[in-house]
Write a protein that binds this ligand. Structure first.
Ligand code: SF4
Length: 349
């Protein structure tokens, strides 16, 4: 797939847009000023592979907490501000690497200018974002309700404010909970601007439904070369968002890190508890950073052949199983040792 070339911006030391790798973001759900809880959660998210974190800044104590939080984390921090320009400035002064704020919501030009000049000093980008639920009435009237046109026009209004004030360090999101509308809106804006796009299907729902909606929405856009950074929004623990986000990228060949598990759906030939084996493998593979395709197959008859694109794999049998590499049987192992031996082989790789 050919990726649309967008402007490259820097969020802390992480590049977004241009030819930089597509990043996975998440948002903490702790009270930001509860510094210990927020740091703990961000560390967990880092461990899961989160590239950039965002937290809600609701008052001055949240903004002040950024300084301490930043000392303990290794990924860039985005301050999510709703309307209050003073909080935006305070967040920047306390070390935020990016702001999530809509200039059109800040108020007078003087207030917007103050925010921009704080950002300019440290070249801190701003994420502009429109959700299908927050489109300005003017555009709802003009375009007959919520649709890609009203979403795009609403976002462009914020873009123009920043451009008029001479600031172009920005990225844009256009999220809807409706998957097709999300796709249409991003496709449309992608033809109109070169700023990097932050993809997301908003309020996607609980983990299971939300994963499917996000994979379809963001996966479709990414497969068209649209999108520079992604956030999966799930009603669940944020680590799940990162896991799903990374898997979406991995499925499209956009993330070359960690284990891609290939496993069969099981059938009447399966003689081992493959479902449990795969669950355990998922847990134990989490810490492997090397990009590998690992197969876990239910039977020795079809397993090695069906999974020959895997770097290494195991196939279950009766009381014992096979370890195979690139489809060729390598050795036999007792069933209870299959996973341990597979991990040893992976370490050797
Ligand atoms: Fe069935 Fe073997 Fe294929 Fe798994 S690999 S689905 S057990 S035939």
């Amino acid at each position: 797939m050919e990726r649309k070339k967008t402007k490259k911006i820097m969020v802390g030391d992480v590049a977004i847009g241009g030819d930089s790798p597509i990043t996975v973001q998440s948002m903490t759900n702790t009270i930001t000023k509860d510094i210990n809880a927020t740091i703990k959660q961000i560390k967990e998210l880092e461990e899961a592979g989160c590239n950039i974190i965002r937290s809600a800044i609701t008052d001055s104590d949240d903004a002040k907490a950024i300084r301490e939080i930043k000392k303990h984390i290794n990924i860039p921090f985005i301050a999510d501000i709703q309307y209050d320009y003073r909080l935006a400035i305070e967040a920047v002064k306390n070390g935020a690497d990016c702001l999530r704020i809509n200039p059109g919501n800040i108020g007078s030009d003087i207030k917007v200018k103050e925010v921009i000049s704080a950002c300019k000093e440290r070249k801190i980008p701003i994420r502009i974002g429109v959700n299908s639920g927050s489109i300005k009435q003017e555009y709802l009237n003009k375009y007959n309700g919520v649709n890609a046109n009203s979403m795009v026009e609403s976002a462009l209004e914020h873009v123009r404010i920043l451009e008029r004030m001479g600031y172009d360090e920005m990225k844009i999101s256009l999220k809807a909970s409706n998957v097709l509308l999300t796709i249409e809106a991003y496709k449309k804006i992608s033809k109109m601007v070169d700023y990097p796009l932050h993809l997301g299907v908003t309020e996607a729902g609980p983990v299971w439904n939300g994963t499917i909606k996000s994979a379809i929405g963001m996966g479709s856009l990414l497969s068209m070369g649209i999108g520079d950074t992604i956030r999966v929004s799930l009603t669940g623990y944020p680590v799940e968002e990162v896991r799903v986000g990374r898997e979406i990228l991995r499925s499209l060949g956009l993330l070359q890190e960690g284990v891609d598990i290939i496993s069969c759906p099981t059938c009447g030939r399966t003689r081992i508890d493959l479902i449990e084996l795969v669950k355990e493998a998922e847990e134990r593979f989490k810490f492997i950073k090397k990009p590998l395709k690992v197969a876990i197959m239910g039977c020795a008859v079809n397993g090695p052949g069906e999974a020959k694109e895997a770097d290494i794999g195991i196939a279950g049998g009766k009381g014992e199983g096979l370890i195979f590499k690139k489809g060729k049987v390598y050795r036999k192992v007792k069933e209870e040792l299959l996973l341990d031996e597979l991990l040893k082989e992976i370490e050797d790789l």
